[in-house]
Write a protein that binds this ligand. Structure first.
Ligand SMILES: [Zn+2]
Length: 102
């Protein structure tokens, strides 16, 4: 990792008016827009850490889940958030719907 670009934090994105993170599952290509202000992480958490901890529930098999990558940060929701319910929760508090989880 020679190219270490500074990564914005959740707080910096929100301050800059970018409240939505669009992600895609590398395997099934499902996409979702996640509301950054609903993610229960410290505001100084870098965005890339969110990407690393997101998992697509439909592709998750036991402990393994294929990686998720972020598409872009947006000011408004651009696609249906069919799934972001469960990112509001921490372990043990999942919505039971398909989607992306942390
Ligand atoms: Zn998937």
């Amino acid at each position: 990792m020679a190219d270490r670009q500074p990564s914005p934090t959740i707080g910096q994105c929100l301050d800059g008016g970018l409240g939505w993170l669009e992600v895609e599952c590398n395997r099934c290509k499902a996409r979702a827009s996640l509301p950054l202000d609903a993610i229960r992480r410290p505001r100084d958490t870098p965005i890339w850490k969110l990407e690393a901890s997101l998992k697509c529930r439909s592709c998750k098999k036991g402990r393994y889940a294929p990686p998720v990558h972020m598409i872009k940060l947006t000011e408004a929701r651009e696609i249906t958030p069919y799934l972001w319910g469960c990112i509001r929760t921490r372990s043990g508090e999942q919505s039971g719907r398909d989607g992306f989880c942390m």
